[in-house]
Design a protein around this ligand. Structure first.
Ligand code: NAD
Length: 499
């Protein structure tokens, strides 16, 4: 049995809590490793290493820091296959999706290679007589990231690539369900030239998370995960005086107008609803066709597409998606399907419960599931399912359709499928959701824009990566200076607006 430890001060460090968590192979259901769960003291050791590394790292000039990111990018590319296989083996997503997971993180690393340009300050010459004003973005110190299971490569890199290239040092607490890729990223980052202690990985559960939230030396915490935990992280972290951003769950809607290109919409929605077994915060689990004809056509065509979906093990190159992450999550998803059919009274057109893959009967597979006539107020509509379950909510007008995502508790992403530019533009401007796709089913912004939802999909004010990420991981200092000549006498300082 493989043991997964912590990565502290440039070395693998065995856990000493005596507590571990099982890491499964979701294809077979077998336990393939045990990951250590850190104590408060172990977290403290990682913070001490990050604190010791901070003075030299923050004083390293930005271009040299960027060189480490360039080399890290090269190593990520060189190790792409290895990382994708490792990721699939613990998460269960197919190799193509795992490569995408690494790639989208790598793109944030590419952005971080340009940090000298992004981070440089502003300067005003002559803001008053002989007075210049300049501002600088300084790193915060030791920062922390707490990440979910569903993107074990991308989301850690959203955080540490920006934080570290800006001069901070970092403690990452990845998901205990698939911790091996984050550990490997830390090794590669060291190999790329980062000094020991700049990036540390502490594995663990609530004990480690609470220790992060309470540690006085940690200045900022970024979290991505489910909403109740996000809200808890935000409350406890900010109560302790930390800067906190906490991204939560999602229930993204895709609206189909009668004039949409239905071929494109159906193809896009199959991938966005069922890809990665629906375990994406930007998945599209709710579709809202406008008008009865649109809805009937959509149901007919999506049913045919779902019939063609192949569920397989994560290394099957022909599989569209693999197992969900754990047996517990499979049970949760199947229970939502039961509630949808039996308690909510929605029409269960395709039932993915009890799906068995020949030769992998103990794997955590859930078949593709389709509901029609889902309505607001139903438990399965209001809550996030996070599985391969697509729910169709019928609407009579664009106004009725647009109100659904706007009024939902989550506001991560939304998509509209139409050929009407004006309708799309007005929708994008008015919808109460943070990321909008127009004929784009999964509108995850590129690395030089920024990622973040609204309402219960995010707590805190700043988004992940891009300029917003740089703001989150730095604090601004503004200097007003003058160099009076000779006798100061009649040159007493006057604030320009007081003259
Ligand atoms: P999760 O909330 O269970 O876990 C996230 C992290 O919190 C993990 O590191 C976990 O160890 C820790 N954690 C779990 N329970 C805790 C507790 N009681 N106290 C303190 N820490 C705790 O989420 P998950 O199941 O790993 O990931 C799926 C969720 O993440 C979904 O809700 C999904 O929508 C969301 N997600 C959101 C985004 C986004 O950007 N908005 C991106 C990806 C995933």
């Amino acid at each position: 049995m493989r043991d997964i430890h912590h990565f502290i001060n440039g070395k693998m460090v065995a856990g000493d809590s005596g507590r571990t968590s099982d890491v499964f192979n979701p294809n077979t259901g077998e336990v393939q490793a045990k990951v250590a769960l850190a104590t408060e003291n172990e977290l403290g050791t990682a913070v001490a290493a990050a604190e010791a590394a901070f003075p030299a790292w923050s004083a390293t000039n930005p271009q040299r820091r960027a060189r480490v990111m360039f080399e890290f990018k090269r190593l990520l590319e060189a190790h792409m296959d290895e990382l994708a296989e490792l990721l699939s083996s613990e998460h269960g997503k197919v190799i193509a999706d795992s490569r995408g997971d690494v790639q989208r993180g790598l793109e944030v690393v590419e952005y971080a290679c340009g940090m000298p340009q992004v981070q440089k300050g502003e300067y005003t010459e002559g803001a008053g007589p002989g007075i210049d004003v300049y501002s600088m973005r300084q790193p915060l110190g030791v920062c922390a990231g707490i990440t979910p299971f569903n993107f074990p490569a991308m989301i850690p890199m959203w955080m540490f690539a920006i934080a570290i290239s800006a001069g901070n040092t970092f403690v990452l607490k990845p998901s205990e369900k698939d911790p091996s890729v984050p550990m490997r990223l830390a090794e590669l980052f060291l190999e790329a030239g980062a000094p020991a202690g700049v990036l540390n990985v502490v594995n663990g559960d609530k004990v480690a998370v609470d220790a992060i939230l309470d540690h006085p030396s940690i200045k900022a915490v970024s979290f991505v995960g489910s909403s109740d935990i996000a809200q808890y992280i935000y409350s406890r972290g900010t109560a302790n005086g930390k800067r906190v951003q906490a991204m939560g769950g999602a229930k993204n809607h895709g609206i189909i107008l009668p004039d949409a290109n239905m071929d494109q919409a159906v193809k896009d929605i199959v991938g966005a609803a069922y890809g990665s077994a629906g375990e994406r915060c930007m998945a599209l689990p709710v579709v809202v066709p406008v008008g009865k004809d649109t809805a009937d056509e959509f149901i007919e065509r999506i049913t045919a597409e779902v019939d063609k979906l192949k569920v397989g093990i994560s290394t099957d190159p022909e599989a569209h998606y693999g197992p969900v992450v754990t047996a517990a999550h499979k049970a949760t998803v199947e229970n939502y399907i039961r509630i949808g059919a039996e308690e909510d009274g929605a029409d269960l057109l395709i039932d993915g419960r009890g799906f068995e893959l020949q030769g992998y009967e103990n794997g955590f597979f859930v078949g593709p599931t389709l509901f029609d006539n889902v309505k607001p107020g139903m438990k399965t509509y209001e809550e996030e399912i996070f599985g391969p379950v697509l729910q169709v909510v019928r609407a009579d007008s664009l106004e009725e359709a647009a109100a659904l995502p706007s009024n939902h508790q989550y506001g991560n992403g939304v998509a509209i499928f139409t050929r009407n530019g004006r309708a799309a533009r007005d929708f994008a401007a008015s919808v109460n959701v943070g990321m909008v796709g127009v004929n784009v089913p999964i509108p995850v912004p590129v690395s030089y824009h920024t990622f973040g939802g609204w309402k219960r999909s995010a707590f805190g004010d700043t988004n992940q990566y891009g300029t917003e990420g740089t703001r989150f991981w730095t604090k601004i200092k503004t200097v007003t200076q003058r160099w009076p000549e000779g006798d100061v006498g009649d040159q007493a300082f006057i604030i320009p607006t007081m003259q």
